[in-house]
Structure formats: C-alpha cells, structure tokens
Ligand binder design. Structure first.
Ligand code: AMP
Length: 192
C-alpha cells in the first residue's frame, strides 16, 4: 500500500516513536526532519552548522534550509512510493513548498495525523527524555520555547489540513500499542 502521510503534534506528543511504528506497518520510510538535523549537527556538516543554533534555542531552522533538505530527501528512491513525514511541514511556507514538491511529482498527501497531548503531559515527557537522553534542546526553558513556537506556527496547520479534508486527530496519551492502534484505525478510511 502506498501512503503519503504527515504526522503533526507538539514536541513530546510521541511523534518519533509512533512514526517508527506506523512506518513499519505501512512499509514506508519515516522521515524525521529533527533526526536529519541532529545527524548533521553530530557530524558537523555545513547543514548541521547552520541548523544548530536554532535547534539549541528551540527555534525553527529557516524555511529555505529545511525545505531544501526535505526536497532532497523526498527525491530519494525509497520515498517515491510513499513516506511518513515526522516534524515537517511546521510552517505555512513549508506546507506550500511540500504542495509544490508533490505536485511536481504528480502525487498528493493521503492524510495528516495530528497527535494530541496536553501541555503538562508533554512537558513532563520531555523533561523525562532530557534526563534519559540528554538532548541539547530538552532543557525546561528551551522546551517552553519549543511549545510556544509550535502553538504559534505549527498548530494552525491542523486547521488548514482539516479544510482540505486530510486531518485525522488522534489522542497521543496512552500505552504505545494503544496509540499506534488508534492511529491505524483513524487512517484506515483515508488509505482505502
Ligand atoms: P524535532 O525532533 O522534530 O522536535 O525537531 C528538533 C528541532 O529541529 C526543532 O526544534 C527545530 O529546531 C528543528 N526542526 C525540525 N523540523 C523542523 C522543521 N520542519 N522546520 C524548522 N525546524 C525544524
């Protein structure tokens, strides 16, 4: 089954974990812009050097940098028949860019899953992850900033995709398997 999907949701909602599971079930690559940026920061590539200060501050990497990176990634052969984008698009400009990329390829999105979780819950989860993994952008002040930026720039994208009839909202709170099953059930009518 080919599926072209976007996973939306605030930092700490469990997007990365669920993206890996859904990608396996649907046999499409999970493409996480955050992971790609982190790998580039670790290797100190030019891209990583450009992205790092934004990431460390909890701000978004500029659209032109992010869009170019996603354009390259989606052009790779494993993404031709489907993909699950985790953490992209995050701004209205990125939505327009993705529309353009898909139109050029003669394809379109099948669904946008919004994983919902309330702020207290995501802050708790992120602080726990900070203690476990030591991610540079998981300090409390940066977490607060990332949530603000999400609320300002990314949360409104849910309405935009709802208007297109693509949005499915899924409660991200619960056991991992339960949430995965909820997502799969919510996607079924979209993938039919
Ligand atoms: P994430 O792992 O998805 O939470 O992303 C970690 C950080 O990478 C974000 O806080 C941003 O600084 C950067 N980032 C990831 N995806 C994007 C995107 N689509 N647009 C801009 N910045 C991004």
């Amino acid at each position: 089954m080919s599926a072209r999907l976007v996973l939306l949701g605030p930092p700490g909602a469990g997007k990365g974990t669920q993206a890996a599971r859904i990608s396996e079930r649907l046999n499409v690559p999970a493409i996480s812009t955050g992971d790609i940026f982190r790998a580039n920061v670790a290797e100190q590539t030019e891209l990583g050097k450009r992205a790092q200060r934004y990431m460390d501050a909890g701000e978004y990497v500029p659209d032109e940098v992010t869009n170019a990176m996603v354009r390259d990634r989606l052009a790779q052969t494993d993404a031709v028949d489907g993909f699950l984008l985790d953490g992209y698009p995050r701004t209205a400009d990125q939505v327009a860019e993705l529309d353009g990329m898909l139109a050029t390829a003669g394809t379109r999105l099948g669904a946008v899953v919004e994983l919902t979780a309330d702020t207290d819950e995501v802050v708790t989860r992120l602080l726990k992850r900070a203690a476990e993994q030591g991610r540079a952008d998981d300090t409390e002040s940066v977490i607060r900033r990332r949530l603000e930026v999400y609320a300002e720039q990314t949360a409104p994208l849910a309405d935009l995709y709802a208007e297109r009839g693509l949005l499915v909202q899924v409660d991200g709170i619960g056991a991992l398997d339960e949430v995965t099953d909820r997502i799969m059930t919510a996607l079924e009518p979209k993938l039919a």
